[in-house]
Write a protein that binds this ligand. Sequence first.
Ligand SMILES: NC(=O)c1ccc[n+]([C@@H]2O[C@H](COP(=O)([O-])OP(=O)(O)OC[C@H]3O[C@@H](n4cnc5c(N)ncnc54)[C@H](OP(=O)(O)O)[C@@H]3O)[C@@H](O)[C@H]2O)c1
Length: 236
Amino acid sequence: MSNGDKVCLVTGASSGIGYAIADALRADGFQVVATARREDRLLQLQAPNVAILTGDLSDAIFQDKIETFVYEQFGRCDYLFNCAGTIATGTIEAIDIDKVTDMIQLNVTATFRLTYKLLKRFRQQGSGHVINISSILGTKVRPTAGAYAATKFAMEALSEALRMELTGSNIQVSCIEPGLVMTELHKDWEVHPKDGMGIHEPLSTGDIVATVKFIMQQPAHVRIPRLMILPKDHNI
Ligand SMILES: NC(=O)c1ccc[n+]([C@@H]2O[C@H](COP(=O)([O-])OP(=O)(O)OC[C@H]3O[C@@H](n4cnc5c(N)ncnc54)[C@H](OP(=O)(O)O)[C@@H]3O)[C@@H](O)[C@H]2O)c1
């Protein structure tokens, strides 16, 4: 199949990592379904090979709508990029618990449910690839990042179980585990983590796109279940 025959569903496509991935896939000629809440941002991806679907991924009805749209429009999906995500930080005792439950709803529940639904389709078509944007915080915990890390550990657990359950099939799952990437994720922070962590040159979204391309370019017999990517100053 050529790129033009392959369909990529990208969540969180309105900014940061998801936007960069959707933009790169668009430029490489894939059929891209880009989804997030901010339509004005999604419209910046507009192209003949990009379909835009605006809505709140935390809403199960919208997840169903995405699946229906992809399969009615294209009849298949080759890649699911789970990029939508948010971060809530603070000590476990003092963190805003409503922000935590919203974060779990998006980072965990929506990711699990959309993946679950697409996997059934992947089984029917006999192939498919889930690419999850996890985090280094899916592999280790830091004080004040426990709640966010819990959501990324959940993503890693889902992916590792899937890796084993999908053994021998043409369906695969990969987790990318970035350190600090310059996006809008930390835009409301009083102290940006690059200053808090002494990271002079954070990763760019282009670095993550290069990682995605590396994973996608592997031959059919190769699996990359996890791939960590860190800025050079990352020391914890
Ligand atoms: N930046 C980093 O340092 C870093 C490091 C490791 C991992 N990550 C992970 O990378 C992923 C992407 O984050 P980013 O850094 O690119 O941040 P970002 O620029 O803030 O992008 C987050 C994306 O998620 C979407 N989103 C948020 N809430 C949503 C909702 N309820 N429904 C639908 N879409 C929603 C946003 O779109 P709308 O607001 O338009 O809905 C946006 O497109 C996240 O899972 C994050 O945990 C980031």
